[in-house]
Design a protein around this ligand. Structure first.
Ligand code: PRP
Ligand code: ADE
Length: 176
């Protein structure tokens, strides 16, 4: 039987020219149709965090596909979860940052109360492409005084060299 990571990889599908010509879209949703493989994915992410950032205090998930893993990871690790959302969706006092991505621009926000200054956070998302999204998230978290101890994604698109924009420890499970 293929190892757990190979099982995850085998379910990621590729869609040329979506959502725009020239983009090869990597779709993670087929993984969620298979509960056993979905469980393997969450376990692999949590095992990595336990080793790399054993004192992590908050998992930060990036809208929207970071929300697919972040809360489950936080629950399994017994730590907090907080979201970074597209602008205008979070109530209360927030800070915001604009950023560019592989196929457009966007604005991210985080609630000021999501983390306390000095807390150790791990930022999770499904995929790193140009790195603009992750860079913006790091900026938000550092603006709140958090310690970004790792940026963690399931998929890294190596050709786009997004890792160069990420100034914090970075880890990906699968690369293309
Ligand atoms: C995708 C993906 C990452 C981001 C990566 O999200 O889920 O968050 O792009 O791109 P980058 O490294 O070039 O910044 P998208 O903005 O499409 O939003 P969605 O998750 O809400 O679909
Ligand atoms: N987000 C940015 N680029 C992407 C891609 N190529 N596939 C899936 N999600 C993405």
């Amino acid at each position: 039987m293929a190892d757990r990571l190979d099982q995850v990889k085998s379910l990621i599908s590729s869609h040329p020219d979506f959502p725009k010509p020239g983009i090869l879209f990597r779709d993670i949703f087929p993984v969620f149709r298979n509960p056993k493989v979905f469980r393997h994915l969450i376990d692999l992410l949590c095992e990595h965090v336990k080793t790399a950032v054993p004192k992590a205090e908050v998992i930060i998930g990036l809208e929207s596909r970071g929300f697919l893993f972040g809360p489950m990871m936080a629950e399994q690790l017994g730590i907090a979860f907080a979201p970074v959302r597209k602008a205008g969706k979070l109530p209360g006092k927030c800070r915001s940052v604009s950023y560019s991505l592989e196929y457009g621009t966007d604005k991210f926000e985080i609630q000021d109360e999501s983390v306390k200054p000095g807390q150790s956070v791990v930022i999770v998302d499904d995929l790193l492409a140009t790195g603009g999204t992750m860079k913006a998230a790091v900026e938000l978290l550092e603006g709140l005084g958090a310690k970004v101890d790792e940026c963690l994604v399931v998929i890294e698109l190596k050709d786009l060299n997004g890792k160069a924009k990420v100034t914090k420890p970075f880890h990906s499970l699968i690369h293309y």
